[in-house]
Design a protein around this ligand. Structure first.
Ligand code: IMP
Length: 218
């Protein structure tokens, strides 16, 4: 991958749960902490700076992919608006928009995405769109979403994804901005879910077999 990002190696044990604060109700369900919340914040600050420098005074429509992207989205926008306040000589007018997709059950991709919420995409015509996503896994979801967005004739579309997974069956899709490249493990927390659980966890963690069993769809 030629993106500029932090690469977490395949052999990586992360951090012990006992070294950080984790909700009691998830203590038995996690293998380790892959990326602590504080590191996510620091990396997001730099991504915001990179985006700010690339936009060059043009208005930007930040499109949140719900639900998994919501925490990255709010933190990224908070950091972009902080730059807007502090830079003085330049600022980026920001519009916010939301989209909801449904694509996964358990760990397996169904190969389908459905837009099941959000504003009308016709609003995006002529806009510079920044899609904000939690994770690119195979890349299929993002490729399909970009097809859908491009049908509505935006001026430009860029993608910021907090995580990109190294997968042997990746489509090869790479986002414009990436926080961390991670090993092929199922991760939860910081709004990433397993069947709607773990969104209420601050750190990005590796789920264990107990967690997968406990929260499996019956
Ligand atoms: P892709 O189409 O294979 O790239 O899958 C992208 C979507 O799968 C993401 O938007 C997530 O909703 C979901 N996903 C993939 N891997 C994970 C993971 O490790 N944890 C949580 N969700 C995941």
């Amino acid at each position: 991958m030629d993106m500029d990002h932090i690469k977490i190696p395949d052999v990586y044990h992360g951090y012990a749960l006992s070294h950080f604060c984790v909700p009691k109700h998830y203590e038995e369900d996690l293998e380790n902490i892959m990326i602590p919340w504080g590191l996510i914040q620091d990396r997001t600050e730099r991504l915001a700076r990179d985006i700010f420098q690339d936009v060059k005074d043009e208005p930007l429509t930040a499109l949140c992919v719900l639900k998994g992207g919501y925490r990255f989205y709010t933190d990224l926008l908070e950091k972009l608006t902080a730059l807007n306040r502090s830079q003085g000589s330049v600022s980026v007018p920001l519009h916010v928009d939301f989209i909801r997709l449904k694509s996964y059950e358990n760990e397996d991709s169904t190969g389908e995405i459905k837009v099941i919420g959000g504003d009308s995409l016709t609003n995006l015509k002529g806009c510079n769109v920044l899609v904000v996503e939690d994770i690119i896994d195979t890349g299929r979801t993002m490729t399909k979403l970009l097809d859908i967005l491009n049908q509505h004739q935006p001026k430009s579309v860029k993608v910021a994804s907090l995580l990109v997974k190294r997968r042997p069956d990746s489509t090869g899709y790479k986002p414009d901005y990436c926080g961390f490249e991670i090993p092929d493990r199922f991760v939860v927390g910081y709004a990433l879910d397993y069947n709607e659980y773990f969104r209420d966890l601050n750190h990005i963690c590796v789920i264990n077999d107990n967690g997968k069993k406990k929260y499996a769809v019956p």
